[in-house]
Design a protein around this ligand. Sequence first.
Ligand SMILES: [Zn+2]
Length: 427
Amino acid sequence: MTDVLITNGRVIDPANHIDEVCDVWVEDGKIAGVGKFEGEATHTIDATGLIVCPGLMDMHVHLREPGEEWKEDIESGSRAAVAGGITSICTMPNTEPCMDHAGIVMQVIARAKEVGLCNLHPIGAVSRKLEGRELSEMRELSRAGAVAFSDDGQPIWHAGVMRKALEYSSSFDFLIIQHAEEKQLTQGGAINEGWISTQLGVAGMPVEGEDCMIARDIMLTRLTKAHYHVAHISSKGAVEQVRAAQAEGLNVTTEAAPHHFALTEDEVLNFNADAKMSPPLRTESDRLAVIEGLRDGTISIIATDHAPHHEDDKRCGLSCAAFGIVGLETMLPIALDLERAGILSMSDLIAKMSCNPAKLLRLPEGTLSIGSAADICIFDANKQWVLDRAQLFSKGHNTPWHGRTMTGQVQYTLKHGRVVFEKGEIL
Ligand SMILES: [Zn+2]
């Protein structure tokens, strides 16, 4: 007798090179077997025609608790995550107060456990108050549970502080995540700089804003032998620099957000603030470079940069609207386009949203290995549905995909063997 039995699905577990139609069974909240099950189960899920994979991981999420709970809180964010098949999230430190203090890191972890829907791993602030001038107490933050460090939302702009952060992280084996933006080039900009920004009369952010910062950081990574991770890579030049750094043997990694490989700056032609984010949507040539980076492995991770905002912060004109879009509930269907287009195999695609980020952050999640926590995503890769922003579990309705047909839908999400999401409902 087993607790949960998932039968006859196409089981894809990239960490163990499994891609076959079989069963998965769960005992005491842990994976007990993958293969052909004989016997009885308390709860059976028929996964015929569905894909069964590890619960997804999103290593770039902004929840707004503490401080701006009207935009999102840990509960609504956790609900949005599991509705998107995501059972582990890493949250960025730009809360209010920010996560530059061990007490806040512990508070956020405790709150997520209380909600109990998904694993939450905080990313600590690199600098005090995210001001970029003085390092935070990174070791204390790490002991409190921070899994990596970033000032995301802001770049680690000060080269001297960045050097120290990388030196420190290389001694203690921390990962530094950079929001790569040279503010002196992007200040005042709202969208990608180019013919569209000129045509609309809206100030632009040049690709050089991203590329310059990455060039500087790669030099500092070479100097310090640290592990440097570029968040939400968006430009062709940035992808080329990361590829060259990897070829040189530097420990440089990167992630791409679905909007940067699915959309271009054309989305803002009608002044749509729900397509405004930082870094901005760029040109078709940048988009294709991000896709090539995903294909050849330069970009090993897909992460959403889920950034919920209240309507008031978005309905005030393109120039003054807040940066960011929600992403937890659309990551999987948008990412599946890469598999449908023949760019990535289903297994490689799932790896970028499960075992690859888990490995990078040295977390035990993202696999269906026997004995690991039974965090599982079961989805229909072909099911079509129309995204209605009013139906999102996130408090943020700021998505450029409102009204569009999505292909691929999560049917069940299990956390520690418990079904927490089933066919549109949080349980
Ligand atoms: Zn960022």
